[in-house]
Design a protein around this ligand. Sequence first.
Ligand code: FAD
Ligand code: SF4
Length: 509
Amino acid sequence: MVLRLILGDQLNHNHSWFQEKNDSNLYVMMEMRQETDYVNHHIQKILGFFSAMRLFSQNLNSQKHKIIYLRLDDAQNTQSLTKNLEWIIEENKVTHFEYQLPDEYRLDEQLKAFSVSLKISTKTYDTEHFLSSRTQLTDFFKGKKTFLMESFYRMMRRKYGILMDGNEPITGQWNYDADNRKKLPKTHRPVEPLVFNRDVSEIHKLVQKQEIKTIGNVNAKAFFWPLTRQESLQLLDFFVKNCLPNFGTYEDAMSMQYWSIYHSRLSFSLNIKLLSPLEVVERAVEHWEQNQDEISIAQIEGFVRQIIGWREYMRGIYWNQMPDFQRLNFFKHELKLPDFFWTGKTKMNCLKHAIGQSLNFAYAHHIQRLMIIGNFCLLAGINPDDIDEWYLGIYIDAIEWVEITNTRGMSQYADGGVVGSKPYVASANYIDKMSDYCSSCFYDKSKKTGQKACPFNSLYWHFYDRHRAKLERNPRIGMAYVTLNKMPVEQRNEILKQAEFYLDKIEDL
Ligand code: FAD
Ligand code: SF4
């Protein structure tokens, strides 16, 4: 008997494993405390993973594949991946063990060590999901000092011939980022997001009964994330028809009223592999080709760049940098994450909304994650370990390979410039430009000091001031120091004093 392990984020129906039925192959899937407890997860994340896994296993069953599915409360479930595998191998007289390469370093190491410990033969398979191999980024940038995302992205566009005319971009221009930075107009109403209303209360009760510690809120009777391939394809179809025409334009916009605006919300389906990145991009490009009079190139290029650019790039960075990456703390930030990250109870309206919606939907879009939540953490000097743990727990799409590279790398610059060439920080000016948060905030967006001054304004200068030695010579930052240096000393001191006052009272902000 051959035992084949399927991890919770390996729900790829099109994997070559499932294309032929063979009675000597025994598949195994498991719900385990090992996976629910390594960080404190959002309840929707746990319900999303377990529900999607159960539905995937039912599908394999209906195709007459042999499968052992261990539920969380099964008597035989030891709650440990390797201990479960040990008794399954023993009980089923398994002579050969196979697994698909995990995307997480933690699981990769665990399964490597387990394979070495076995007396039977083992084999690993690719997950047949990504468009680049684990080492492609490393090979591509061999001998180079920096990993420029744009060069990697162009290589991927060429490799897959996406939006290309031979070796050159179809319109002669690679990147339309500059066109994609509009605020949502007051009267503009984005389309209502497509949600699915599946009853997952049975698993919810199980999670509660097992006393698994979770964060966030859920309506388990009407779970709105896609859980099957069919639902994921429906969401993809909804996206290309209803959101793609405005995707790029409002990609960076933030709103108190609309939680996903024109974003695809496909990251969960993609990360658990119900959808492949190639099919997502091909479907979007096909729709754009047929509707070029309604959808500009800036929209489709923006979307393609996220998937074949950023997503593949982050995976490459992960395998290039781990395990050291998880310990990097370039700025030596040590402050603890304030309690309002678990409640959303803060007077800062931008954070109240971005955290609040993360607790309600297990989702915030990219700019909320980067320029509100991450920006605040970086300006305040929060320990990247705390930040990583929070991000890894709260978002439904959070799997370490894509979470840590975005959080520790892109958002916190804790890698000292591996992912980004400068820290992403901003004051109220940017937040007000891209959102409707500031107009109804307790704080005054235009004030740097004094009563009700927006904390982002003084923290912004405090950040640059305290990290002068590390940042002043960065050519991409120059202007900030020119302004700081020109500032009258008294004014500068007042701003820094204001920032320190806020940092002392961070829990009360
Ligand atoms: P859309 O805006 O519709 O974008 C389409 C797709 O592009 C996404 O589904 C995603 O697969 C891909 N994509 C876009 N940006 C990125 C990026 N920077 N890196 C990788 N893929 C990208 N993404 C995750 O999937 N899991 C995470 O845990 C995660 N953590 C993040 C933490 C921080 C601090 C930041 C700044 C970003 C993080 N991202 C993460 C990237 C991005 O914010 C999410 O992929 C996106 O918000 C998911 O929503 P969506 O599907 O509606 O995306
Ligand atoms: Fe956020 Fe400051 Fe704007 Fe309030 S005023 S919403 S704290 S940026």
